[in-house]
Design a protein around this ligand. Structure first.
Ligand SMILES: *Cc1c(COP(=O)(O)O)cnc(C)c1O
Length: 404
């Protein structure tokens, strides 16, 4: 049996490789940041991390982590309800709740676990879960763990969402589930309109704000702030500590206190998985107090994003419009997207080409992600490198050249 399985796995791997879908991992030989060293010694400028606020190796963050290690130790060696809760775990949960204008929050080892554990305690066969078709894999998996009726609405399609809500009126509870920001396009769920529908049809609204918390909205509180729905009584948020908020690991659910308290009693990834490391907890608490003091990092990120989007448009690239630091450079052709990413790496720009099945067929692209830690020199150099490679590959005409 084992040999048959191993032979089968080998064949699967050959097929993945033959179809061009094998995910090769590039080795980094430095800390994560906007300037990184690859294993082969090349120094490149990184435009593909979720390090939106540049905190992954920021000196202030590293110092906080070092102090936390000395004060609180390295690991908890326990789940929360046995002996895995230090005062800092409760303080961080309060800090997350306060930052997001929610009553309470609960920590998980990752947002994947938060999404895996947030549905099953609440929703059974008599309930309805209504989900955007492009929601993150972890939301899809979390929903699968319930016996609730499932409805999938077309991406960002409010009319289809309303039809599904109407269809689900006989259910005991209804929940509408959406990413706040969709990571392949950098597009936003229109939460003001979605909230209005959920209130009209008496549903909970669950938003996974992993690509927004810390930097979207005037003070970085995420898509609910951008769309003016913070503090809505039927709003439940999930998010990650593994992107903008330091980038280590961890996730959370935030919302009405009774729901959060029930998750502490019933949510399986919380009950049966280890407590978050004190180093991560204390450091994230420091990050939240920093983000509550000043908007300097999210402001710099917004300025960097604007500069890059404008410069790339000026040299003639087809970029998906918007204001999110996820900037898709549309190439449509899969081979071209991967060729361009390779050529950019030769110019010292680290980006990744995305093609089917990660994005729809014929929608291949390079996805650039800006960081607050990028300097204007990094950004202007990247635009020049994109223009050079784009001209070499015949994607843009040579008439257009960077103005800066
Ligand atoms: C990255 C991401 C996750 C997973 O977060 P982890 O903390 O890394 O598990 C979940 N949902 C969305 C929308 C994400 O972008």
């Amino acid at each position: 049996m084992a040999t048959a399985l191993i032979e089968w796995a080998k064949k699967q791997l050959q097929e993945i490789e033959a179809s061009g879908l094998y995910k090769h991992e590039r080795l980094i030989d430095s800390a994560q940041g906007v300037e990184i060293t690859l294993k082969d010694g090349r120094k490149v400028i990184n435009f593909c991390a979720n390090n939106y606020l540049g905190l992954a190796a920021h000196p202030r963050v590293v110092a906080a982590a070092r102090a936390a290690l000395d004060r609180w130790g390295y690991g908890m060696a326990s789940v929360r309800f046995i002996c895995g809760t230090q005062s800092i775990h409760k303080e961080l949960e309060q800090a997350i709740a306060d930052f997001l204008h929610c009553e309470d929050s609960i920590l998980y080892a990752a947002c994947f676990d938060a999404n895996g554990g947030v549905f099953e305690p609440f929703f059974g066969p008599e309930d309805a879960i209504i989900s955007d078709e492009l929601n993150h894999a972890s939301l899809i998996d979390g929903i699968r763990l319930t016996k609730a009726r499932r409805f999938v609405y077309k991406h960002l399609d409010l009319a289809d969402l309303e039809a599904k809500l109407a269809e689900a009126q006989s259910a005991r509870f209804r929940v509408v589930v959406t990413d706040g920001v969709f990571s392949m396009d950098g597009d936003y769920a229109p939460l003001d309109k979605i909230l209005e529908l959920t209130q009209r049809y008496d549903a909970l609204l669950l938003v996974d704000d992993s690509h927004a918390t810390g930097f979207v909205g005037a003070t970085g509180r995420g898509t609910p702030e951008k769309f003016g729905i913070m503090g809505a009584p039927n709003l439940l948020l999930t998010g990650t500590l593994g992107k903008a908020l330091g980038g280590a690991m961890g996730g959370y659910v935030a919302g009405p206190a009774p729901l959060i308290t029930l998750l502490r009693q019933r949510s399986r990834p919380y009950l049966f998985s280890n407590s978050l490391s004190p180093v991560v907890v204390a450091t994230t608490r420091e990050i939240f107090s920093w983000l509550s003091e000043t908007t300097e990092l999210r402001d710099r990120l917004a300025a960097n994003t604007q500069r890059f989007r404008q410069g790339m448009s000026e040299v003639g690239f087809d970029i998906r419009p918007g204001d999110h630091p996820i900037v898709p450079i549309m190439l449509y052709d899969a081979v071209l997207a991967h060729k361009m990413a390779d050529a950019l790496l030769q110019e010292g720009i680290y980006v990744i080409g995305f093609s089917y099945p990660v994005v729809p067929r014929g929608q291949a692209r390079i996805r650039v992600q800006l960081s607050a830690a990028h300097t204007t020199e990094h950004i202007d150099y990247a635009i020049k490198a994109f223009a050079k490679v784009g001209q070499d590959l015949g994607i843009i005409s040579s008439a257009a050249s960077p103005v800066r």
